[in-house]
Design a protein around this ligand. Structure first.
Ligand code: PLP
Length: 392
């Protein structure tokens, strides 16, 4: 028996363990101090009433013989896929129900979609970015190339004559940088992928946070994307589903490689390895698209974006370089006074009792940068910002 040795090539992630340890030590030494966390990537608002009611109704249905449901469709119930197609319609994007696959969240689909691709493909991943893209490809033994995000390109790397990549990850709005590609920039990626015969995996987990109507919220708003892109979406940050677990992935029929529709391959993969998302969860997700659900999402996203505005305004006032925060719940800042990410972490923790996330955790280009998130309580955000400004 031989193990998958690629697992031994994975880098240990000490980031969140180190943060927890440092915060734990500080709190033990200073139990009277009120430490504010601006580093969390999880939502804090509870589920909205429309979702809770829908979940409750579905639970009741499952408890009655006439309405009980067993295994559902691998690709998701038609009622939810229809609602998702309607949502795309509002973005002026035509998606067919058979192109939508309901999942238990974006993370697993990001990993599972790799089943469709040969191990020999070159993978192109932005640095910095959500670390799951790198680790899932290391597990599969794929060669990883990086595209560099930096201050100069505002953390939005673009293809050039030297760019290579068969599987290209794009995360927009980006975690951790909050940077969002414009339509023209995405068009350049779509053209590149179509010319090369590459596939773009477009992670739209934060699409609901895009405020600016000029910015794309789906790659399918870009001409030509249907022949080169898979889009992966999530209810996690949009509707507080991090603990409920639901998302969806769009695989267009027009996306064909080596004569095979990726849609058919994905359906085959899902029907073999996946038994669907629970009926109860899917009814909850459907309610996200109801009128009341949409209103609630607007309010919840608005609440977080107010936090983002408060943090971003403080950065402006302090003259700190940052990106994100306007169309994303993440604020990505350059550590002041040329501090390293960990020096700035210590400075904030010890000096003002605020916790954020050092940029290195998201790739080597994150060194010297720092992520603050807008998912906290507004009063705590205000207090954290007051302290940061005062200490400055
Ligand atoms: N994609 C990005 C960019 C994320 O930041 C996250 C979670 O933080 C996910 C995907 C995972 O989302 P889900 O909760 O749907 O698995």
């Amino acid at each position: 028996m031989k193990i998958n040795r690629n697992y031994l090539r994975l880098e240990d992630s000490y980031l969140f363990a180190s943060i927890a340890q440092k915060v734990g030590e500080y709190k033990a030494a200073h139990p009277e101090k009120d430490v504010i966390r601006l580093g969390i990537g999880d939502v804090t608002l509870p589920l909205g009433a429309p979702v809770v009611e829908a979940l409750g109704r579905a639970v009741k249905e499952m408890g009655e013989a006439e309405t009980f449901r067993g295994y559902g469709d691998y690709e998701g119930y038609a009622f939810l896929r229809k609602a998702i197609v309607g949502y795309y319609g509002e973005k002026n994007v035509r998606v067919d129900e058979s192109e939508v696959f309901v999942s238990e969240g974006a993370k697993s689909d990001i990993a599972n979609i790799l089943d469709l691709f040969d191990a020999d493909n070159k993978v192109l991943i932005p640095d910095p970015v959500y670390p799951v893209y790198v680790d899932t490809n290391v597990m599969a033994g794929r060669e990883i190339l990086y595209m560099n995000g930096h201050e100069g390109n505002r953390f939005l790397p673009m293809p050039d004559a030297d760019t290579q990549g068969d599987i290209i990850y794009i995360c927009s709005p980006n975690n951790p940088t909050g940077a969002v590609y414009s339509k023209a920039q995405l068009k350049a990626w779509v053209d590149y992928a179509n010319e090369r015969g590459a596939v773009i995996l477009f992670d739209a987990a934060y699409e609901a946070f895009v405020n600016d109507p000029e910015l794309p919220t789906s790659i399918y708003q870009i001409e030509g994307a249907a022949t080169c892109a898979v889009e992966i979406c999530s209810f996690s940050k949009t509707a507080g589903f991090t603990g409920v677990r639901c998302g969806y992935t769009v695989v267009p029929h027009a996306l064909i490689r080596e004569g095979a529709e990726l849609n058919s391959l994905w359906l085959r993969r899902q029907s073999t390895k996946f038994n669907g998302v629970s009926y109860i969860t899917q009814r909850g997700a459907e309610a996200v698209f109801s009128q009341a659900g949409r209103q609630w999402v607007r309010e919840a996203v608005g609440y977080y974006m107010e936090n983002a505005r408060i943090i971003a305004d403080a950065m402006e006032e302090l003259g700190v370089w940052y990106c994100g925060g306007k169309n994303s719940p993440y604020i990505w800042l350059k550590c002041p006074k040329a501090m390293s990410s960990w020096e700035y972490f210590d400075y904030l923790l010890n000096g003002v009792n605020v916790v954020g996330t050092p940029g290195e955790g998201f790739g080597k280009n994150g060194a010297g940068f720092f992520r603050l998130t807008a998912f906290g309580d507004v009063n705590q955000v205000k207090e954290a910002v007051r302290r940061i400004k005062e200490k400055n």
